[in-house]
Design a protein around this ligand. Sequence first.
Ligand SMILES: C[S@@+](CC[C@H](N)C(=O)[O-])C[C@H]1O[C@@H](n2cnc3c(N)ncnc32)[C@H](O)[C@@H]1O
Length: 479
Amino acid sequence: MAPSKNLLKLRMKKRFVNPKNEEVWKGRDMDRVPGEAGKAQERRCGVSLGMDLKAGFDLSQENSVSGLPLPDAFVEFLKENGLDSSAYAGAETIPRYIRLKPGCESQLMDIETELDCKLEKVDWLPNFFSIPSHIQIASTNAYRSGKIYGMDAASGAAVMALDVTFGDHVLDLCCAPGAKLCMLADLLGNSGSITGVDVAQHRLAACRTMLQKYKLGDQCRLFVADGTTFSLVPVGSHTDMKLCSIDGQDMDIFREWTSKRSWKDRKDAAKKKVGTSTQASEEPLEPELIFYGRDSGVVGAQRTKLFRMADDNVISTSGYDKVIVDAECTHDGSVKHIQKFEYWGWSTFQRRVLDAKRTQNLTCLQWSMTLDWTGQSSYGTASSENRQQSKKLALLTNGFRLLKVGGSLVYSTCSLTVSQNEGVIKLFLSTNPSAELMKIDAADKWRCRCGGIARTVRFDPKTSQTSGLFIAKFTKLAC
Ligand SMILES: C[S@@+](CC[C@H](N)C(=O)[O-])C[C@H]1O[C@@H](n2cnc3c(N)ncnc32)[C@H](O)[C@@H]1O
């Protein structure tokens, strides 16, 4: 006889100990889907843009097969979004992932000794290792001294999809707390630049701390700003912007960043605060630079020029080479996030997930209601006003606007819903003729499935033994 929901809940509670992101589940042997099976699944999916959005989902199974004590509200949420709860099956077998800081390869054995477990190499993702999910890393020396990162393998895949190359200028439009940004910085080494943007100041401050901990800040600058309106191009893109000597007393020139803010910075920030409180809420948030590294191109730049917005002509040739939009979402694909409700209480699920879903713009909601499983949605009926309200769409559109011609953009969410993924993509493509979906070459080796639109990919917990993630990659055509 199947255990009752309450019994399952109790078992789950026993496993869950630490509320602070350190879920303590008893690890079992990993029961992974062989790579070939994953590939076969991909091959089964069609390739045309108007394909059936059911592809990649198995709707035939009952919710009970997930084996998780999913509350009715969540099951309802999954049903509403055409998702099969069996995607969450075997969640306890999903390992924890760590990323090894490049250069620390020779210390693997020491790290294994300290963590008291074997680091299993993730064969499809460089520098990633899986460890049993009950292993906690936060208190270890390896973690504290910046030799390892805690990062899900699917998130690593989103970064790899961007294919950064030496010298790229990269924009991370929703960057905090910074796991992807740090990986980007590791991949770029001492070349190019990274601009991180996030609307949440406290989260961006955590990102700054992370950059400093891992000693990765030299090429980076961080802005508290609304990614839907952010409009600054990489440093050096304005032809008339030359770096100046910082010997003099010119207060308009950026000096080396220090955690102590100058009198001028404090005055500017105070001015902005007054401005923001009196600004109409529709007015764009003025970007606030909260960190810049010594090789980010900011030191020696003139303030007035650094904060000058670029027009589309400048952007097409001197915009970012790579952009990642890791949009805020309902987090329903993240098993670790869903597990937290065992601690927070399932009653908070309504507020934390369903209300979040509601507060998204109307476009996405309308989409989820009007999209039928044949993909022949009536999305065209959403008014252009509602389209403007779409936060994800606005983030994606603005990220794409800041991309130079020939550059590439990765859009990812840790939601498995169609409305937040394929729905947004389809609408985006219909309004941006210069955008073309690209095949993610590295995905041939990943344990993912194809998304509901050709060339997009989905990691679902059951198939990939990672958190759920959706990834799409675009390039910008000249037109
Ligand atoms: C999924 S998290 C990003 C995770 C991050 N990429 C990482 O790897 O650590 C989404 C982020 O988007 C930010 N965000 C939400 N709305 C935003 C907006 N309009 N502009 C910029 N950032 C936004 C949130 O504050 C949150 O930090």
